[in-house]
Design a protein. Structure first.
Length: 491
């Protein structure tokens, strides 16, 4: 009886609170994520020492957290509109902080490098899920330690669901695959090897062993019917040119921030280019493949030369390096016995949003030289707010990333902005070369590859006030300073 009265009192008092306060007061889902060293059987033989996230549901839907079977963190399944509270426990031997990549959350819940907590400390995040249904990463973000922490295994996936999306009739359940792609260097003792050699830092750390969902030689049993395939590049620096080994086209239905609109997708592409922490979703009908067919998701070989250049010098002066990729098998698709159940390519709802006219344009020049990364000529510091790009709440703005006018190494930079989803409105310079046919500039994006010599313009409208950051998502570049604050203030 007393409990019932108390409950009514709480309900009545919650109704009068503004939504932000209410979110903090009464979450629908409450989770705990702990980062800690561990050992996992990734390969045959010796276990691999890793750092990993484990988690538990404190309150709410039990299916909101599904543990992985390797070193990757549990997959979070959140529903649009849900109020979420997450407690982060740092049991690492160094400072860390979790960031929800692509999620539009209040400044206090974003997990900025300046918010990193010490070993044994806890931090609580409160936010409401406002993003569309889609595939989003979470990962650590302490300054100068992000690259090594992710490399040791700290990363995971957030899948946002939306009852409105369920109506489209996309494949679900066992026909909804999430493919998290990473590369590692592995030694004879099955340890992940992180190199700090100059070349590895300039290109970003790459490895020759491909892991999918934390597993080598990955394979998926595939029924002969349509599947939704979520591709997520969780590698420190490698760019992939993803294709089907039998040469059939890919059918793109979504990007970083959810599904494409009906007038921009599905899109047929010969291959799909994915930079670090970008995502693409496919709809693929496997009913036409024969049981036992030899089919794999591969990354095709491609060339991309990087070298010293800029300000008209062109590449070729001084150090030259290969930023391209070799042919790699990502995962086998094991077509199962059984009746073929063909499907029809889904119609995606809605039309491309009309972008409000932006009265302001900000420009960021990208540069990497002498093992340091620069945005507008400055390197990141937790407390450097000087000249931070100043945006206005709800005011549309065009942000240009200029990767052609500074001196330095000519490198591709996947540029990521916190706190927003943006639209790519212009790409100039054709630095993608042979990759161009697979670069998806449609849909909502939070990370965009800016190839050498290019200027890419994006359109955005920030809806959260306060301090955020933007940075190159090659984690080594980010750690070497290629990151900056920006602020969002009331008009
Ligand atoms: Cu994927 Cu600043 O983050
Ligand atoms: Cu982010
Ligand atoms: Cu970069």
């Amino acid at each position: 009886m007393r409990a019932a009265i108390l409950f009514v009192v709480i309900l009545v008092s919650l109704a009068g609170l503004p939504s932000r306060v209410r979110a903090a007061a009464e979450p629908d889902v409450e989770l705990e994520l702990t980062a800690a060293p561990d050992e996992v059987a990734v390969f045959k033989g010796k276990k691999t020492p890793v750092w990993r996230y484990t988690g538990k549901v404190v309150k709410g839907r039990k299916e909101s957290l599904i543990p992985g079977d390797s070193y990757l963190g549990p997959t979070m399944h959140l529903i649009r509109g849900e109020r979420v509270r997450i407690h982060f426990v740092n049991n690492l031997p160094e400072a860390s902080i979790i960031h929800w990549h692509g999620l539009i959350v209040p400044h206090a819940a974003d997990g900025l490098p300046s918010m990193a907590i010490k070993p044994k400390e806890r931090k609580t995040y409160d936010f409401t899920v406002v993003n569309p249904a889609g595939t989003y990463p979470y990962h650590p973000h302490p300054h100068m330690r992000t690259a090594t922490q992710v490399y040791r295994g700290l990363a995971g996936v957030i899948i946002i669901h939306d009852p409105a999306e369920d109506k489209i009739g996309l494949p679900n359940g066992k026909q909804d695959l999430c493919v998290v792609i990473q590369d590692r260097r592995v030694d004879a003792d099955n340890k992940f090897v992180y190199s700090e050699a100059m070349m590895d830092m300039v290109s970003g750390m790459r490895g020759d062993t491909i892991l999918v969902n934390g597993r080598p030689d990955a394979s998926f049993p595939i029924e002969r019917r349509p599947h939704r395939v979520r591709l997520f590049n969780a590698s420190n620096s490698r760019i992939y040119k993803l294709a089907w080994s039998d040469g059939s086209p890919m059918h793109v239905i979504g990007t970083d921030g959810g599904l494409l609109a009906g007038d921009e997708g599905p899109q047929k592409r010969p291959f799909v280019v994915l930079g670090p922490f970008e995502r693409v979703e496919l709809w693929e009908d496997f009913s036409t493949r024969k049981p036992g067919a030899d089919l794999s998701l591969i990354s095709e070989k491609f060339a991309m030369n990087a070298g010293m250049g800029g300000r008209g010098r062109g590449p070729g002066m001084g150090m030259m390096m290969n930023m391209g990729g070799e042919k790699l098998r990502i995962a086998r698709m094991e077509i199962q016995e059984g009746e073929a159940k063909p499907g029809v390519l889904p119609k995606l709802p809605g039309t491309k949003p009309k972008l409000a006219e932006a009265k302001r344009e900000v420009t960021t020049t990208l540069a990497f030289r002498m093992m340091r990364g620069f945005l507008n000529g400055r390197e990141y510091k937790d407390d450097d707010l000087l000249d931070a790009e100043k945006l206005k709440l709800n005011e549309p703005v065009i942000w240009a990333f200029d990767n052609g006018s500074e001196m330095g190494m000519q490198l591709p930079h996947p540029m990521h902005i916190h706190g927003v989803q943006f639209r790519v409105i212009e790409r100039k310079g054709n630095g993608a070369g042979e990759l161009a046919k697979g670069v998806i500039d449609d849909g909502w994006k939070d990370t965009v590859l800016v190839f050498p010599g290019e200027t890419v313009k994006v359109h955005l409208r920030p809806t959260e006030r306060g301090l955020f950051i933007y940075h190159c998502h090659i984690l080594e570049h980010e750690d070497m300073g290629m990151m900056r604050h920006f602020s969002v203030a009331d008009k």
